[in-house]
Design a protein around this ligand. Structure first.
Ligand code: GLN
Length: 218
């Protein structure tokens, strides 16, 4: 009999450390998941942003994908951030789906090139009453959802965050901003209490600071 009482971060490729540091700031000591056997203890798993093609290849090479689906079916909740949201989507426009765990349709690289990455500030009332900063890095758009999926954030013509009973999908990167709100929301969705009062990481500045330096001047 397994006890699902831990949060894991898939540690194969992408923004792993940033998620780990955010969880630690909330008083959660996450599991860095490298092999499928580690799913047994997990109440929730974060699939980080990165490169979805690379991530799915690694999941298949290390034979993690079937076990991940099995653990999800047995109650392990999943949060896909950006590339992670692409991996869990049931439909990917113009491509075949990968893990297919959530009834959403995504359009990859829907904002353009890496240089078209951007920040914005919005309110996501279901997650926090404070305005939060959102960082989109060559993000997908969620373009459609199934009847069992709820929209958490709609911007213009696309959905930026959605959830089902067992999955959370965000096309942006809360781990690259100071706010801890989405991490708290996911940990609590997994049935784990967050005791920390912290709402932001004091040591974290926004990723956009670096984007401004990286943007070429014309
Ligand atoms: N563009 C990437 C992909 O399609 C996702 C980018 C990200 O995770 N920030 O996989």
């Amino acid at each position: 009999m397994t006890t699902r009482n831990k949060i894991g971060v898939l540690d194969l490729q992408g923004g792993v450390h940033e998620h780990i540091f955010h969880l630690q700031a909330l008083g959660i000591e996450p599991v860095r998941v490298k092999v499928a056997e580690q799913f047994d203890d997990l109440a929730g798993l974060i699939l980080p942003g990165g490169e979805s093609t690379c991530l799915i290849r690694l999941l298949n090479i290390f034979e993690i994908a079937p076990k991940l689906r099995e653990a999800h079916a047995q109650g392990m909740k999943i949060w896909g951030t950006c590339a992670g949201a692409i991996l869990i989507a049931n439909h990917i426009e113009g491509d075949k789906s990968q893990l297919g765990l959530m009834d959403i349709t995504v359009s990859r690289n829907a904002f353009g090139y890496q240089i078209d990455s951007f920040n914005t500030r919005v309110k996501v009332p279901k997650v926090t009453e404070n305005e939060v900063e959102l960082t989109f890095i060559r993000a997908p758009k969620i373009t459609a959802i199934g009847s069992q999926v709820q929209v958490l954030l709609q911007i213009d013509d696309y959905i930026a965050a959605a959830e089902s009973d067992s999955c959370l999908a965000t096309v942006f990167h809360p781990e690259l901003t100071p706010s801890l709100a989405f991490h708290k929301y996911f940990v609590e969705k997994c049935g784990i209490a967050v005791t920390s009062e912290l709402t932001e990481r004091p040591d974290r500045t926004s990723w956009m600071k670096f984007a401004r330096i990286a943007k070429p001047t014309v």
